[in-house]
Design a protein around this ligand. Structure first.
Ligand code: HEM
Length: 463
């Protein structure tokens, strides 16, 4: 009995010492943390988030705790941000306090030196080089090549039942390669594509690097991609020609990037460019099929461009100026970006304890601006679930529309994405009709939200 009493006294003393120490160390921080719950130790609220539609999770939290709340997901304490002004602070005005963050396995696979993983001087240098290759001035020169890729894709779909997302991935991949490597390197395309497809299969697999695993195969394909790119670099150096594409921009940098840095960033840009653009195009085809009046308005706008070109005796091929005469189609893209919100949120990490709108965000905590919730808030967009491109006839309230992010890491490829979508829409709506195989209400995540089964459609030439 005495022994039990002694043990109890020792245990209680240890517990008291631990609690005093804990509260001295974290008490002041804890009391100022944003409202919310952290769930179970380690697992946190991961199960609650992934066992239901993520939007239901976010919506119920926002209702209960407001637009800044804490939770614990995938082993990390997080603060989620659903207010436009607070998201702007994280991404723009106080961006230096919140660095980008990705799981280590994803960094290894894409390449540690890729633009997304950095901030500061190295990031600024890369960003300048990437932006230079995707300015309107630069991409203006490749409109007719993009058009050839679009026409070729559409012809290959004629009279077939296609999985829209798969076909759009090929289209977006070919456009990305054109903007990265120009026309000359077309003969490397198939090899690059083959390796990239193996790499992407491993990207979402378990990060176990043992022979036979998808991850292992992906890491091998990653090396093969770097080898092909090194070959292209060496040929270009021998030829001593200048190129107006992303690879040319990287090679012309006076401070010089290493071949590894160039490879990581080329692979990174393909990764950023392909599935994002392909998902949006898939959603556009779905929304247009479901909204015949909008489809009719887009078709008339595109036919008008053909007519005007015929009347003025202009070349038949599309040019940059033509793509600036497509306001209805542009609003369809904007509304699709909003409704589909394929990047529901992004991740940042506090680099120090940050005082934030009256709360404390401790160093190392993840901070997630919730793009989708901002895009689906009825205060920002009335009847948010309704597909209504005409709402963009009036500019949205400041910081409420961020499909391409905001601030130092915002999307440098947004003009190219919009251009390739407009070019495809021009030929699709003027020459083809398509129908969905069945009413499509389901959504799959791969990892972006997509219509169920990648939207199977039947596509045929207009009579
Ligand atoms: C509809 C298609 C696209 C969407 C919705 C999209 C969206 C985004 C978003 C939201 C970000 C910012 C992520 C963050 O702040 O964490 C981003 C970054 C980026 N995007 Fe895009 N993107 C698209 C197409 C493209 C294309 C076509 C390219 C290249 C040709 C591209 C290249 C990049 C790169 C390199 C970054 C990283 C920028 C940096 O870290 O400084 N994206 N994109």
């Amino acid at each position: 009995m005495e022994l039990i009493c002694l043990l109890l006294i020792v245990a209680t003393s240890f517990l008291s010492l631990f609690l005093i120490n804990y509260f001295l160390k974290f008490g002041h921080v804890k009391s100022l943390l944003p409202p919310g719950t952290m769930g179970w130790p380690y697992i946190g609220e991961t199960f609650q988030l992934y066992s239901q539609n993520p939007n239901t999770f976010f919506a119920s939290k926002i209702k209960k705790y407001g637009s800044i709340f804490k939770t614990h997901i995938l082993g990390c304490p997080c603060v989620m941000i659903a207010s436009p002004e607070a998201a702007k602070q994280v991404l723009v005005s106080r961006a230096h306090l919140f660095k980008p963050t990705f799981p280590a396995s994803k960094e290894r696979m894409l390449g540690k030196q890729a633009i997304f993983f950095h901030q500061g001087d190295y990031h600024a240098k890369l960003r300048k080089l990437v932006l230079r290759a995707f300015t309107p001035e630069a991409i203006k020169t490749i409109v007719s090549e993009i058009e050839s890729i679009a026409l070729h894709s559409l012809q290959s779909w004629e009279g077939r039942l296609i999985t829209t997302f798969q076909e759009m991935k090929t289209y977006a991949f070919n456009v990305a390669l054109l903007s990265i490597l120009g026309k000359d390197e077309a003969h490397y395309r198939e090899d690059l594509k083959r390796c990239y497809y193996i790499l992407e299969k491993g990207y979402n697999s378990m990060p176990i690097n043992l022979p036979g695993t998808l991850f292992h195969k992906a890491m091998k394909a990653r090396k093969e991609l770097a080898r092909i790119l090194a070959q292209i670099l060496s040929v270009r150096r021998e030829m001593k020609q200048t190129h107006n594409d992303l690879l040319g921009s990287f090679m012309e940098d006076s401070e010089g990037l290493t071949d590894d840095q160039i490879a990581d960033n080329i692979i990174g840009v393909i990764f950023a460019a392909r599935d994002t653009t392909a998902s949006i195009m898939t959603w556009i085809l779905k929304y247009l099929a479901e909204n015949p009046t909008v489809l009719q308005a887009v078709t008339e706008e595109q036919e008008e461009i053909i007519k005007a070109k015929q009347e003025s005796g202009d070349e038949k091929t599309l040019n940059w100026a033509d793509t600036k005469k497509m306001p209805i189609s542009t609003r369809v893209i904007q509304e699709t970006l909003r409704v589909a919100s394929i990047l529901s949120f992004t991740f940042r990490e506090a680099v120090e304890d940050v005082e934030f709108n009256g709360y404390m965000i401790p160093k190392g905590w993840k901070v997630l601006p919730l793009f989708r919730n901002i895009h689906h808030n009825p205060e920002n967009f009335p009847e948010p679930e309704k597909f209504d491109p005409s709402r963009f006839e009036v500019a949205p309230k400041p910081n409420t529309f961020m499909p391409f992010g905001n601030g130092v890491h915002s999307c440098p490829g947004n003009e190219l994405a919009k251009l390739e979508i407009l070019v495809l829409l021009h030929h699709l709506t003027t020459k083809y009709r398509w129908s969905m195989m069945a009413p499509q209400n389901g959504i799959q995540y791969g990892p972006f939200p997509l219509p169920q089964n990648g939207l199977p459609i039947k596509i045929s030439l207009k009579k």
